[in-house]
Each structure stands twice: as C-alpha cells, then as structure tokens.
Design a binder for this molecule. Structure first.
Ligand code: AMP
Ligand code: MG
Length: 339
C-alpha cells in the first residue's frame, strides 16, 4: 500500500456517520481501519480473519508474539470470543463496560492463533465510544485492535498521530478528535487466582477489588524481566514501549537533576502534584501536568510535542509512586531511561 491513507472526520457520538459504512466495508474485505476509542486510537482488523490480523503486525512492525486486544460492541459478542465466561467476568463487564478494562479469559475457536500470539487466552473489551461500537456492529465481528502506532512508539491520542506513524500503511483513519481517557486500558487476567493486573490503566486495582469483593493483585514496580525479543507474558511488560525518538530521561521526586545540555536544547515534562515547583526553567518546551486524570489524557500528546520540539533531550520529572499515578508512571518508566 503506497497511496496516502484517507482521513474521515466523524462525530464520536454519531453511529450513523456515512464514513462508518466505508470503514465496515474495508474491514469486511480484510483491510485495516484506525478508529477512535476512549483510550487511544486503535488499529482495527477483523479478528476472525488471520490474513487481516497479519496485516496489523506488518503495518505496526509488531513482534508476532504480542497478543492483540479484541474489541466488541457489547458483552454478547465478547462471550463468543471466550470459551468460559466466569461469574467474575460477568460482574466486571456489567460494572465497567463499556470502558477501559480488558479481561483476559480462555479463548474460543472464533479467535485465531495470530490474535493471541499462540496463547490459549484472549483479551476482550468494549470501548466507550459510540462510533467504535457502531463500527463493530456493522462489521458484525470482533475487531482486533492494538494502538495505532508503530511498535514501541508513542501511542496515538489524535488522528494526526496515527497519520504521522501509519500513513500509506493502512486503508482508512476515522478522526473523532482527541481521545477522552488517553491511556491504554487496564488489563486484568481472570485466568489466574487471584485475578492479576497485567497492565495498569485507568481502572485501578482498588475499584476492581471492591467490585469483585475479593483481592486483585497489582503489578508492582516493573521488573523488566522481558525484552523486545522475548515473548512476554504480556507485551505491556516490555521494557521499551511508548518511547519518543528523542533521548528521554527521568528523574524521580526528590532525586537531583543531573547535568543537562543548555536550556534551549531540552524539553521538560513535569508531572505530579508539585509539577510547577520543579526546575529547570527557560527551556525550549515545558509542559506541567499536575492532575492524574489530565496527565493521563494528554501524556502521549505531550510526548509527541516534546519529540517534535527539536529538543535533543526530554527531561521527565516523575510523579510520585502512588496508586493514582500508577498507570502514568508505568508508561513513563517504559518511555524513558533513568538519569
Ligand atoms: P496494545 O494492543 O498495544 O494496547 O497492547 C496489548 C495489550 O494487551 C498488552 O499490553 C497485553 O497486556 C494485553 N493482552 C492482550 N491479550 C492478552 C493475552 N491473551 N494475555 C495477556 N495479555 C494480553
Ligand atoms: Mg500499544
């Protein structure tokens, strides 16, 4: 595919938009369509068509061992993707869907090997954007949809980000403006006992635990036991991910700021309740994000800006290691190197 990828503007809450007809036709024919969800833009393909799914991996340059999340228009289609729909799945789906929670469950025969990287489990979720669900309904099949970026790059929260990364490599981009949540879904493994978070996200362990009435294991500080060449238990565990092209270093709260290039050559991303209080100032670009929800929403956009600023170094001043910041910290730990 070498022609420029068309971008169609669409209202996030208009399930009858004509562009959805075009998008559904492309998907049914085995093509790739980037579409908005509440988390990040997804790169969708018919999850039941192995050739279509293979195109996702080649467009992204994604290792084939990395499983893809399957998106459905509701719990009914999600249940057809799994072989055993547990009581816990039912409770969580009722409470959190549509929403940024992916449930990992035993997979059914509907889901080919390629989607799950050969695993006998599948991650399923229902996105909280009406046009995304309407698109899936029109296709009538589950859509495999990882984030619509090149593998290991910064995730897309705007259609422009998708276009910058994948123009000419995919068939269509649906543009519904910036995404509302901005960070990838929480991934919860319901095949382990107790249930275990594989990737921290917008829905925290405490909320899951309260809803289920039982313990949910958090994934504690990264152990980076996997690298890019190994099949990770979950690709969210990869040490390098979500990374800008520019060298990005992180400084934890209370740590001294290391020697830096001159101020006009650095971009500073200061995150956490004390964001504005941190130096250095007078830099090429400075973005302060003090509130966890807002930081989640604009984190990737901020990283894209830092990358495009022409800075030779991005200095990330980290938020504190507290539950409210877990998902943002998780992404930043992978996007940056220690100072
Ligand atoms: P991405 O599609 O780039 O948002 O990444 C996919 C995420 O889905 C990974 O970080 C995994 O944590 C998760 N995932 C999807 N399917 C599975 C599965 N079968 N087992 C474990 N993790 C999964
Ligand atoms: Mg991704």
């Amino acid at each position: 595919m070498t022609r420029a990828t068309p971008i169609r503007s669409i209202a996030p809450d208009n399930p009858d938009a004509p562009a959805l007809i075009e998008a559904a036709e492309i998907l049914l024919a085995g093509g790739l369509v980037a579409f908005p969800t509440e988390t990040v833009y997804g790169l969708g393909a018919d999850a039941t068509n192995p050739e279509a799914v293979a195109r996702i991996f080649s467009a992204k340059g994604r290792p084939s061992t990395n499983p893809l999340i399957v998106h459905t228009d509701g719990p009914e289609l999600a249940r057809r993707c799994v072989s055993h729909w547990s009581e816990a799945a039912e409770t969580l789906a009722r409470h959190f869907w549509p929403g940024p929670l992916t449930l990992v469950l035993p997979r059914s025969a509907l889901i080919p090997d390629l989607v799950t990287g050969g695993r006998d489990t599948v991650g399923v979720r229902v996105p909280d954007v009406p046009v995304a669900r309407s698109l899936i309904s029109r296709v009538g099949r589950p859509l495999a949809a990882p984030s619509a970026n090149r593998s290991t790059g910064i995730s897309p929260t705007r259609a422009e980000h998708v276009s910058q990364a994948l123009n000419g490599r995919i068939d269509l981009i649906l543009d519904a403006g910036p995404t509302a949540v901005g960070l990838e879904s929480t991934v919860l493994d319901l095949t382990s006992d107790p249930p275990r978070i594989l990737r921290p996200g917008p829905i925290q362990a405490e909320a899951l635990s309260l809803t289920l009435g039982r313990t949910v294991l958090e994934r504690h500080a990264l152990t980076f036991e996997h690298n890019l060449d190994e099949p990770a238990a979950s690709p969210g565990l990869m040490a390098i991910h979500y990374a800008p092209r520019t060298l990005a270093i992180r400084v934890e709260p209370g740590e001294p700021i290391p020697p830096l290039p001159s101020a006009d050559r650095i971009a500073v991303l200061s995150i956490g309740p004390a964001a504005e209080a941190f130096g250095p100032f007078g830099v090429r670009l400075r973005i302060d994000l003090a509130d966890p929800k807002r930081a989640a929403r604009v984190l990737y956009d901020a990283l894209h800006h830092c990358d495009a600023s022409g800075a030779e170094l991005i200095l990330v001043l980290m938020p504190p290691d507290l539950p409210d910041w877990a998902a943002v910290r998780d992404r930043l730990l992978r996007a940056t190197q220690p100072a």
